[in-house]
Design a protein around this ligand. Structure first.
Ligand code: SIN
Length: 544
C-alpha cells in the first residue's frame, strides 16, 4: 500500500458542492479532491435548467418557500427550506465572485436585477438564473478554473473512493468517527489512503440504478452506499425523481430536454397531437415534476406508444435557437429540428431526493463526515424536489459545511495509526461479463418494478432479486481484484436495496412515491422521513 496521504480536508466528488467547499476551506488548510473520472465529469456539468433564487422585486422569499413546500408534498423541513431560499441571493453573489456568467435580460432599460429569469415546473414565478441551457457547465468550468493550480488543493482524478475509513473500521472502540477514505487509483490499480480530520461527501446521485436516466455514467450512488456501510443514517430513498422529458431516440443516450422549454411555452402532446397536461393539474405543463412524469407514464401505458412529444414550434425560431442552443444542436444531430417539429420525449430517472442525512451545517450523524449536493438529504426536497433548487442547495450546504469544518480545525483529535488496505488472496476476474450482466439486471428490474408507479407485488419481486444479486456481488467483491466497475456495481446494488426497502416501508402514495396498492396520501401515519441505518430496522421520524 502507498503511504497514507494526509490533508486537513478530503472532498469526495468534483461537482459544484465539492468544488465550492474546497475553495472555501483551502483558505485555511490543505485539501484533496478525490474524483473517479476527470474532474469535469459531474452531474453539475450536465445541469441545463439553472439555479432558482429570488432575484426580482416581483418575487418573494415567501413565494419560493411556498412553491418548494408544495412540491415537497408535506415532507420538507420548513426551517431548512426557509434557510436555503433566504440564502439564495448570497449564493448567487458567491457564484458571480467565482466568475460565473448568467444570461442577462434583453428587455430595454436594465434594472437593478436585469437577469433573464427562466421558469420551470412548480415555480409560481420566473426565478431561474441560467446560462443559456448549459448552466451547470458554466458553473463547473468557472469553479474548476479557480481550482487549477491552487497551491492548497490537490486534485486526484481517476480515483474511485472505495470505503470511508472510520475509527471502528480501524479497530478502535469508543464513538465511531470518520478519518478519511480509501480510493482506488485506476491508473495503477493501487489503493491510496486519504486521511483528514474532515471528509466531505459530494459524490452526487444514483440515477444509474435505473435503466433510463438523464444522469451521466458516474451517478452510481457511491457516496450513499459508502456512508451506509460506514454507519451513517440514510433518508428518504424512495423518492427518486423522474424527469418528465428526456429525448427519445435509439441512438441518443441520457439527454435531457430541459423543463425550461416548457417554461418558455413548450406543450406536451400525445401521439394524436392533443395536449393532455391540463387534465392532470391546474398548472398544466408546468405542474410539479412528479405529476407530469406520472401523467406521461399513464398516457404511454394507455396508448401503448413509446413516447409523447414536446412542442415549442409555435415560438419564434430565432428565440428558441438562442435560448436553447445546446438542446437544439443535440436534437439536430438526430435529425430533429425543434423549431419545426415536436421533440419525442419520455421520462427518465433524474434526481435522488434522498441521501445521507445531514443537519443545517451539512453534518451527518457520523462525526467528521459532512455531505452536500445530491448525495445528501438535507430536508429541503421532501418527497419531491422543486426544479432548479438543487444547485442552490449544493452551494448553501457546501458553504455551511465549510464554515463548520473551518471552525473545528483547532480542536480535532489526531488521526492516529490506521490499518493498511489488504487486497487479500484475490485474483484477476476471469469474466468481466458478470459485472455487466448484474448491472443490467439491476437497472432493468428497478425500472420495471421500482419506477414511476410501484405496487406491493412489484416491490416484493424487486426485493427478492436484489437479495440474490447482493449475495453474488459480495462473493465476487471478496474474491477478485477490485476495479472501478466492480466498486460501482457494489454501490449500485446497495442503493437499489435502500430504495426498495424505503419504498416497501412507505404504505401510502406521496410525491415521487406512488404505490397502486396504497394510492392515497396518509398524513396520519406517514408524514415522516424514512430512515435507514445498517443493522437497524427501517424507521421513520417527523419532518419538523
Ligand atoms: C431541467 O433543466 O429541466 C433540469 C433542472 C433541474 O433538474 O433542476
Amino acid at each position: 500500500m502507498a503511504t497514507p496521504l494526509n490533508f486537513d480536508f478530503v472532498v469526495i466528488g468534483s461537482g459544484v458542492a465539492g468544488l465550492h467547499f474546497a475553495l472555501r476551506v483551502a483558505e485555511h488548510g490543505s485539501v484533496a479532491i478525490v474524483t473517479k473520472k476527470r474532474a469535469a465529469e459531474s452531474a453539475t456539468n450536465y445541469a441545463q435548467g439553472g439555479i432558482a433564487a429570488v432575484m426580482d422585486t416581483a418575487d418573494s422569499f415567501d413565494a419560493h418557500v411556498k412553491d418548494t413546500l408544495y412540491a415537497g408534498a408535506g415532507l420538507c423541513d420548513e426551517a431548512v427550506v426557509k434557510h436555503v431560499v433566504e440564502s439564495g441571493p448570497r449564493a448567487i453573489q458567491n457564484l458571480l465572485k467565482w466568475g460565473v456568467n448568467f444570461d442577462r435580460s434583453e428587455k430595454a432599460g436594465a434594472e437593478a436585477f436585469d437577469y433573464d429569469l427562466g421558469r420551470e415546473g412548480g415555480h409560481s414565478k420566473r426565478r431561474i438564473l441560467h446560462h443559456r441551457d448549459s448552466t451547470g457547465r458554466e458553473i463547473e468550468q468557472s469553479l474548476l478554473q479557480r481550482i487549477a493550480n491552487h497551491p492548497r488543493i490537490a486534485l486526484y482524478e481517476d480515483h474511485s473512493a472505495i470505503d470511508l475509513l472510520t475509527t471502528h473500521r480501524s479497530g478502535r472502540s469508543g464513538e465511531n468517527r470518520c478519518l478519511g477514505t480509501y480510493a482506488l487509483d485506476s491508473a495503477t490499480g493501487e489503493v491510496d489512503l486519504f486521511l483528514a480530520s474532515v471528509t466531505l461527501l459530494a459524490s452526487g446521485g444514483a440515477g444509474k440504478v435505473y435503466l433510463y436516466t438523464s444522469n451521466p455514467d458516474i451517478a452510481s450512488g457511491d457516496g450513499i452506499a459508502m456512508a451506509y456501510r460506514a454507519g451513517a443514517t440514510i433518508a428518504n430513498m424512495e423518492f427518486m425523481q423522474f424527469h418528465p422529458t428526456c429525448l427519445f431516440h435509439p441512438n441518443s443516450k441520457s439527454f435531457l430536454i430541459s423543463e425550461a422549454v416548457r417554461g418558455e411555452g413548450g406543450i406536451l402532446r400525445n401521439r394524436q397531437g392533443e395536449p393532455f397536461m391540463s387534465q392532470s393539474h391546474e398548472m398544466g405543463d408546468l405542474a410539479p415534476r412528479d405529476i407530469v412524469a406520472r401523467a406521461i407514464d399513464d398516457e404511454l401505458k394507455r396508448s401503448g406508444e413509446d413516447y409523447v412529444t414536446l412542442d415549442i414550434t409555435h415560438q419564434d425560431s430565432d428565440f428558441v435557437r438562442r435560448r436553447f442552443p445546446n438542446i437544439d444542436s443535440h436534437c439536430l444531430q438526430f435529425g430533429i429540428d425543434m423549431t419545426r417539429e415536436p421533440i419525442p420525449v419520455v421520462p427518465a430517472a433524474h434526481y435522488c431526493c434522498g441521501g445521507v442525512r445531514t443537519n443545517l451545517k451539512g453534518e451527518t450523524d457520523l462525526p467528521n463526515l459532512f455531505a452536500a449536493g445530491e448525495v445528501a438529504s438535507t430536508g429541503l426536497h421532501g418527497a419531491n424536489r422543486l426544479a432548479s433548487n438543487s444547485l442552490l442547495e449544493a452551494l448553501v450546504f457546501a458553504d455551511a459545511a465549510a464554515e463548520e469544518a473551518i471552525g473545528r480545525m483547532s480542536d480535532q483529535e489526531p488521526v492516529g495509526s490506521v490499518p493498511e488496505w489488504h487486497h487479500g488472496e484475490v485474483r484477476e476476474s476471469p469474466e468481466a461479463v458478470v459485472i455487466t450482466q448484474n448491472w443490467d439486471e439491476i437497472r432493468r428490474f428497478m425500472w420495471n418494478y421500482v419506477g414511476i408507479v410501484r405496487s406491493n407485488g412489484r416491490l416484493a419481486r424487486a426485493h427478492h432479486r436484489i437479495d440474490m444479486l447482493q449475495e453474488e456481488i459480495n462473493q465476487y467483491y471478496w474474491n477478485f481484484r477490485i476495479t472501478s466497475p466492480l466498486l460501482e456495481l457494489r454501490n449500485l446494488a446497495t442503493v437499489a436495496e435502500l430504495i426498495i426497502r424505503a419504498a416497501e416501508y412507505r404504505l401510502e402514495s406521496r410525491g415521487l412515491h406512488y404505490n397502486l396498492d396504497y394510492p392515497a396520501r396518509d398524513d396520519v401515519n406517514f408524514r415522516a422521513n424514512t430512515l435507514l441505518r445498517q443493522g437497524v430496522p427501517t424507521r421513520k421520524d417527523s419532518p419538523e
